[in-house]
Design a protein around this ligand. Structure first.
Ligand code: PEP
Ligand code: MG
Length: 742
């Protein structure tokens, strides 16, 4: 069935999909949205039934092994071709054409798939809702509707449904056909002030199409309207260098010259926009982020989403006497009384709100680290234990000061700036220097997945909730293992391997459950000898002159194979319980045979390798240079750049050695070239690429990676929102660059 947008509302979501239902709601409120109609989900169902496609699709899908990428892609291609090439039943085709004719005479329309409630998860997992802009002519419209239908069977969508036990027969798809607005003006509006929640509407506006604003390519005019006193309170007119417009179905750029200095919106237009914004805000019960456009003097609301904004004080500053300097490792300002802890036995003296000062934190300090207001260490860099844990706990930290335990004394009041890396004398007042708004809902959808790194299982649930990350790109189990009563090999020697497996299983389960069904890549133990020596039973750890180049990572697990088997057994228990979102990631790989051996042992322990993600970290130049051999011979499904190690091994700069810290540079061309090479090879073989090193939390580095075509970025919990914003912006800019090329 086909229905006009004004005939539907939110109760129809199962047949007209989320997009269709939303637009229908807005029209009912008297808000002008571009006219259009919806080809509902039943139409697609009827199409596949009447043409006999239903059975054929079912048959193809019943034989496909979704873990075999080639098979999956082949099945997807076949089905999509069938859908696109099979003529619609005449009456459906005529009906679509009739609605199009009634909508407009040969005008340009936008055609978009609208996922129905049942298929929302796989549609958002597939990361794509098909959209065709600038479609004109009856036959073209019919053709694009079919293309939207066929997007129900992208490889990712099929994969998702199989993984989660959804029946392909149950899902369907609706298609929204809407008149294109070729706007002379457009922009966005927050119906209330996004930071303070005050009833001040904020409008940004440009000439031409709105893509120019969204991509950040043009500085828009900025207006503010006081909704209580009913008046415009701010008008900032920007110099708008160019505008985008549509000509013959193509987006073109027009330089504005002097005209770019003109004000975009008149007072009346601002008032009208605010009125619509207020209607929408009232209806939904919370402030809205609205996209609007004006064509031939008429206002259209193109999109509206709720903004639940939190006030995130992005940068606070203090001024005063700096007594200790180090690296800012976890942002924020913390004030408190100093407690110097020289060994973990003294940790008991730390009270709520203190500033913990120590040489380097250890896992048994984690309970105390949770309650302090800031952490300061003598040693360490941005990837040390204190840095990782404090970021995960959201506590300001300064590391690598060299002398904090000598200069700071118990009971001194200090103020710690975890961004700048300074410790000030006394209790100082913070001054706000910049405020940033993070919108919690709805989530920005990015094609590049943004995941999170986890090392403390107890915070996984909170991190999952607060970041809404697309999964865990690195679950470091070292911190959990270091927190156990004794050294892993001691458990094994004492005949208590089951106790150890149980501990691993319990910790892993917390993370895997918190993120289910999103993927969690569990990294097998990477235990440098120096870090594990202080554990009970750690006395047998070999003394190495350079532990970073020593007995750690997968090479160690393949020597201490009983340990590796224990890890596999813990993971197997999770898989047996249905947690198929686990993936296994091997650290510090440098040889093909390491991956082969690890894989063989995993299989011997009953891990269904073909059914879960199985991949490696790229942390050595060796692995980056032989990646093609590894892929061909070992059949991995993903790689993840461990730039912390990759940088140290490429540049010969020990990541823990402060004497050479000035040479440590993840953006060194040699490191970037290795990364680029690996991404290119992986794309050729359909192997997913990701990053989980510290560089993934750096917005600039993230930009480089998105441009290189990485599939996901795994950041520290505190960086996920920012990285997601950066990724979204870069992706949009890349689209715009493509448009400009045309
Ligand atoms: C890395 O090397 O970049 C990494 C993520 O692993 P780790 O920091 O635990 O060595
Ligand atoms: Mg590493």
């Amino acid at each position: 069935m086909i229905v006009w947008l004004e005939e539907v509302d939110k109760d129809d979501v199962t047949i007209v999909g989320g997009k269709g239902a939303n637009l229908g709601e807005l029209i009912r409120l008297g808000v002008p949205v571009p006219e259009g109609f919806v080809v509902d989900a039943n139409t697609f169902k009827k199409f596949v039934e009447d043409t006999g496609l239903k059975e054929r699709i079912k048959e193809i899908l019943s034989n496909v092994d979704v873990n075999d990428t080639r098979e999956l892609e082949e099945a997807s291609r076949k089905i999509r071709e069938m859908i696109e090439e099979t003529p619609m039943p005449k009456y459906v085709e005529e009906e679509i054409k009739k609605y199009y004719r009634e909508l407009c005479k040969d005008c340009y329309v936008a055609i978009r798939s609208s996922a129905t409630a049942e298929d929302l998860p796989s549609a958002s997992f597939a990361g794509q809702q098909e959209t065709y802009l600038n479609v004109r002519g009856e036959d073209e419209v019919v053709d694009k509707v079919k293309k939207c239908w066929s997007s129900l069977y992208t490889p990712r969508a099929i994969f998702y449904r199989v993984q989660h036990g959804f029946k392909h027969e149950d899902v369907s798809i609706a298609v929204v056909v809407q008149k294109m607005v070729n706007s002379e003006k457009s922009g966005v509006m927050f119906t209330s002030h996004p930071t303070t929640g005050e009833k001040i509407a904020i409008i940004e506006a440009v000439f031409g199409l709105g893509e120019a604003i969204v991509s950040g390519a043009v500085t828009p005019d900025h207006y503010e309207y006081d909704r209580i006193n009913r008046k415009i309170v701010k008008i900032d007119v920007a110099q708008k260098k160019f505008m985008l417009t549509r000509r013959d179905g193509k987006t073109v750029k027009i330089d504005l010259g002097e005209e770019g200095k003109n004000r975009v919106l008149s007072d009346e237009e601002i008032e009208r926009l605010v009125e619509f914004g207020e209607i929408i805000e009232e209806h939904y019960g919370n402030p809205q982020d609205v996209e609007w456009a004006i064509e031939n003097g008429k206002i259209y609301i193109v999109q509206s989403r709720p903004v639940t904004t939190i006030r995130e004080i992005e940068r606070m500053e203090v001024e005063g006497e700096i007594i200790v300097k180090g690296l800012g490792a976890s942002p924020g300002i913390g004030v408190g009384s100093v407690k110097v802890v020289l060994s973990s036995e003294e940790i008991g003296k730390v009270k709520d709100g203190d500033v913990l000062v120590t040489i380097m934190t250890t896992p048994d300090m984690v309970p105390a680290m949770r309650k302090v207001s800031a952490i300061v260490t003598d040693e360490g860099g941005l990837t040390c234990h204190a840095a990782i844990v404090s970021r995960e706990l959201g506590i300001p930290a300064v590391v690598g000061t060299g002398n904090a335990t000598k200069i700071l004394r118990d009971g001194m009041m200090v103020t710690v700036d975890g961004e700048k890396g300074f410790v000030y004398r006394g209790e100082l007042k913070e001054r706000k220097v910049e405020e940033r708004v993070v919108s919690l809902a709805p989530q920005i959808v990015t094609a590049t997945e943004v995941k999170v790194n986890i090392s403390i299982p107890d915070v996984a649930e909170k991190v999952a909730r607060e970041t809404n990350a697309d999964g865990v790109g690195l679950f470091r189990i070292e911190h959990m293992v270091l927190g156990l009563k004794k050294h892993p090999m001691k458990y094994i020697k004492d005949g208590e391997v089951e106790v150890y497996i149980e501990e691993l299983y319990k910790g892993m389960k917390k993370v895997v459950e918190a993120f289910y069904p999103k993927p969690v890549w569990i990294r097998t133990l990477d235990a440098p000898t120096d870090e594990f020596r202080h554990m009970e039973g750690g006395g047998d750890e070999p003394i190495e002159s350079n532990p970073m180049l020593g007995f750690r990572g997968i090479r160690r697990d393949l020597k201490e194979v009983e340990h590796f088997r224990a890890e596999m057994r813990a993971i197997k228990r999770l898989i047996d319980e249905g947690y198929t979102n686990v993936g296994i990631m091997l650290p510090l790989v440098s040889r093909v045979d390491e991956v082969l051996k690890a894989k063989r042992i995993a299989e011997e322990e009953g891990i269904p390798i073909g059914k879960i993600d199985f991949g490696i970290m790229i942390e050595t130049p060796a692995s980056a240079l032989i990646i093609e051999d590894i892929i061909r011979e070992c059949g991995i499904t993903f790689v993840s750049f461990g730039t912390n190690d990759l940088t140290q091994y490429t540049l010969a700069v020990d990541r823990n050695n402060e004497n050479v810290a000035y040479l440590y540079d993840e953006s060194h061309p040699a490191v970037l070239r290795l990364i680029e090479n690996v991404i290119n090879v992986c794309r050729k073989y359909n192997v997913k690429t990701s990053i989980c090193g510290q560089a993934g939390s750096d917005p600039k580095f993230a930009e480089t990676l998105v441009r290189l075509g990485i599939d996901s970025i795994s950041a520290n919990p505190d960086a996920v929102h920012r990285i997601r914003e950066v990724v979204a912006r870069i992706e949009k800019r890349m689209i715009l660059e493509k448009v400009r090329e045309i």
